[in-house]
Design a protein around this ligand. Structure first.
Ligand SMILES: *Cc1c(COP(=O)(O)O)cnc(C)c1O
Length: 351
């Protein structure tokens, strides 16, 4: 049977009407994978990774985008637009292509992982590069959509948050309840807002007894919520969370405070360390921003937090393949070179 997608699966929790087209590219229903090795390493009761890289365009953005594009179609729009550090544009252009409407993506010059740009190019977006940062790009798209018959599909579009909250539902459905802690990266803060909304709705309906603490992590060079002020020139290797003025800032603080969680920051070194540990000891290849989840857990562990007896979920927001550059840079010079004969290879491998 074909995968139903999140609109068909969770329609009763979403702004789906009988006029909403139930489009899908097979998003959602992503694996929740337990990692015995990392669980042991960090002393967690149970440690799971929610593999959002398994969505059709390789990131969680597909969950919100399918909802946003379906609503744009329902409302008669023939074009969608977004400002994006990469994954939002990849997702928007894929769903627009499948629906037969135009997509316009506005990106800040430079600092875009190449794999994501490749996706927008291949899916056929109109790509505008702005000489500015992400916040400039978002401002310009908002102005365009205010004036022209184009649907804005950034996470300020409430339909995005609605679709994204289905990830919280899936985690609870898989575990038969909520975890104690949910670790996730925070950029524009749409995702933490969406997860919290999802958990609260399940709790409100009595499907789960309690909601998890929301543990959000920003990159140290792009940590406006932690610092309590906008960051004019956000800098981090984790391009997907390189954001100085999050659109859902207030909602992220509410998620933190209402859940009894934290929003803290991790350095690029901590992100890269977690990125490697997740791959080398978990078999999970997330993009650098995704590793902020585990980096946050490791930071707390080192500061003495005991995760024993707790169910912990780390969200792996996007695929490492989108940013192969970062992987290969960290590896350079480590190839084992041998002559083309078995004996040489055996010797080099230490047999
Ligand atoms: C968008 C994105 C984030 C950040 O999510 P926000 O909703 O902007 O906080 C993190 N990781 C990846 C891979 C993303 O694509």
């Amino acid at each position: 049977m074909a995968k139903p997608g999140v609109l068909a699966q969770y329609g009763k929790f979403l702004p789906v009407t009988d006029k909403t087209p139930l489009i899908t590219l097979g998003e959602g229903d992503t694996p929740l994978v337990r990692s015995p090795r990392l669980e042991k390493e960090f002393g967690a009761g149970e440690l799971y990774f929610k593999l959002e890289a398994c969505n059709p365009t390789g990131s969680f953005k597909d969950r919100g985008m399918v909802m946003a594009v379906a609503k744009a179609l329902e409302n008669g729009f023939k074009a969608v637009a977004c400002a994006s550090t990469g994954n939002t544009s990849a997702s928007a252009t894929a769903y627009a292509a499948a629906a037969g409407i135009e997509s316009i993506i506005v990106i800040p010059k430079g600092k875009i992982a190449l794999g994501k740009l490749a996706q927008a190019i291949v899916y056929g977006a109109k790509i505008v590069m702005v000489d500015g940062n992400f916040d400039d790009a978002l401002r310009m798209v908002r102005e365009l959509c205010d004036k022209q018959p184009v649907a804005l599909v950034n996470s300020v579009n409430p339909n995005r948050i609605e679709g994204q909250k289905t990830a919280a539902f899936e985690i609870c459905d898989s575990l038969g309840g909520a975890p104690e802690l949910l670790f996730l990266p925070v950029g524009n803060a749409g995702n933490i807002t969406a997860y919290w909304k999802g958990f609260k709705e399940y709790r409100g309906r009595g499907i789960i007894a309690a909601a998890p603490k929301m543990m959000g992590f920003q990159a140290a060079g792009a940590a406006p919520i932690v610092l309590g002020h906008k960051v004019d020139k956000p800098e981090t290797i984790a391009t997907a969370i390189r954001i100085g003025n999050p659109a859902s800032w207030k909602q992220a603080e509410a998620a933190r405070d209402e859940s009894g969680g934290v929003i803290d920051m991790v350095s690029d070194d901590e992100i890269l360390e977690a990125y490697r540990i997740m791959a080398e000891k978990g078999g999970i290849f997330g993009e650098p921003a995704s590793a902020a989840s585990l980096a946050g857990l490791i930071k707390m562990k080192r500061r003495g937090t005991d995760f024993g007896g707790q169910k912990v979920v780390c969200v792996v927001t996007g695929s490492g393949l989108k940013d192969a550059d970062t992987a290969i840079k960290g590896f350079s010079g480590q190839f084992i070179e041998v002559a083309a004969e078995l004996a040489a290879m055996e010797k080099a491998l230490g047999y």
